[in-house]
Design a protein around this ligand. Structure first.
Ligand SMILES: [Zn+2]
Length: 355
């Protein structure tokens, strides 16, 4: 459905995101709750939506796309999970579908992969083999389900040594594990996948002490407390392809200079918590990730409340509007595109790569 792909011009005001978000929500739902307000899709202000949303690329209805199509197909799956495909090779990021709800009660803090939810999610995706699942760091909302996805699809699980221990804890055989370090690159079909060291979003205490700067050193067998899923290495991952380069930068932190010289056409940009950061930190993040790579298309990820079921519409997290307002403002004079990808819908990104 072409009109479900909402690109928003750099000049769009923050309020334009209401329209854009509601339009995206038309794909899979009729209502969306946002910042405490429920917006009926039919109540999208049409004039505003038409003036702020346009569709420069093709919505690909069939996946994989026809051979020779320009661009790459991305299917956003909530949080930092996505499929990236050129029609011959399909790769997945994170593959987190359990979307567990963690509360204050101790029993709600013990978690495990929700295998029926993972199976249902995989069944809903475009069919075809998945060559590899790439995990950006080892917190539960990135790494917990990935071994199950690997088991179900036959994909290689790729990530840090900590991620490998999440895989071992679920019985994934060694031949399906690939530990990578910053600076490495791997080849999958026409994709060259590069791994760069990055930095996690600066969690506050008490979470920071137990979840940042640490590793999972033995096989992690669920059920386990959510904070047993230690950070491990946090990666920024570049999917380089002759049709264009896509960077997945999953967590809204950065290492100064880490992405210098990296060329990305599009970024799946982690915005979780971005809206709550001090302005100077927001600007540094934008400079070190967006401007450093020269990307022209920005697709926020990790913007959704991560405890809603995968089968339900995505809901924006509490800082969503601030983050979008910031990105819209920063893009305004630079002509960059900013868009939300619809959940579960393959979208053909025309990346305008000049190679
Ligand atoms: Zn994390």
């Amino acid at each position: 459905m072409a009109d479900s792909q909402a690109f928003v011009r750099g000049r769009t005001s923050a309020s334009g995101w209401w329209a854009a978000f509601a339009l995206v929500s038309l794909v899979a739902c009729s209502r969306v709750a946002m910042a405490g307000t429920t917006v009926a899709a039919k109540a999208v202000p049409n004039n505003e939506a038409k003036s702020s949303v346009f569709v420069p690329a093709t919505m690909e209805k069939h996946h994989p796309p026809v051979a020779g199509a320009a661009g790459l197909v991305v299917t956003f799956l909530g949080t930092t999970s996505a499929l990236i495909s050129d029609g011959e090779t399909t790769l997945m990021t994170d593959g987190y579908f359990s979307r567990v709800k963690i509360g204050k009660a101790p029993e709600s803090q013990v978690i495990r992969p929700n295998v029926p939810a993972i199976d249902a999610a995989l069944k809903s995706l475009p069919s075809g083999p998945v060559a590899a699942v790439f995990v950006v760091h080892s917190h539960f909302d990135h790494a917990m389900d990935a071994p199950v996805v690997a088991q179900r699809t036959g994909a290689l699980l790729v990530g840090s040594a900590s991620t490998a221990n999440v895989g071992r804890g679920l019985g994934l055989p060694e031949k399906q594990l690939r530990v990578v370090s910053p600076g490495e690159q791997l080849q999958f079909g026409k994709f060259t996948v590069h791994f760069y060291r990055s930095k996690h979003f600066p969690l506050g205490e008490p979470l920071a002490s137990v979840m940042l700067g640490n590793t999972i050193d033995t096989p992690l067998v669920p059920p386990a407390r959510f904070d047993a899923y230690k950070e491990g290495t946090t990666f920024s991952i570049l999917f380089e392809h002759p049709r264009g380069n896509i960077l997945l930068h999953g967590s809204a932190g950065y290492l100064p200079g880490a992405l210098a010289g990296v060329k990305a056409d599009a970024i799946l940009l982690g915005t979780g918590g971005l809206g709550d950061l001090p302005r100077a930190e927001q600007e540094a993040y934008y400079r070190e990730v967006v401007l450093a790579t020269g990307a022209k298309q920005i697709f926020p990820v990790h913007w959704d409340v991560m405890s809603t079921p995968f089968s339900a519409p995505l809901l924006p997290d509490t800082d969503f509007q601030h983050a979008m307002g910031f990105l819209t403002e920063m893009n305004a004079s630079r002509g960059l595109q900013l868009a939300l990808l619809p959940k579960g819908e393959p979208v053909l990104l025309e990346l305008n790569h000049d190679q």
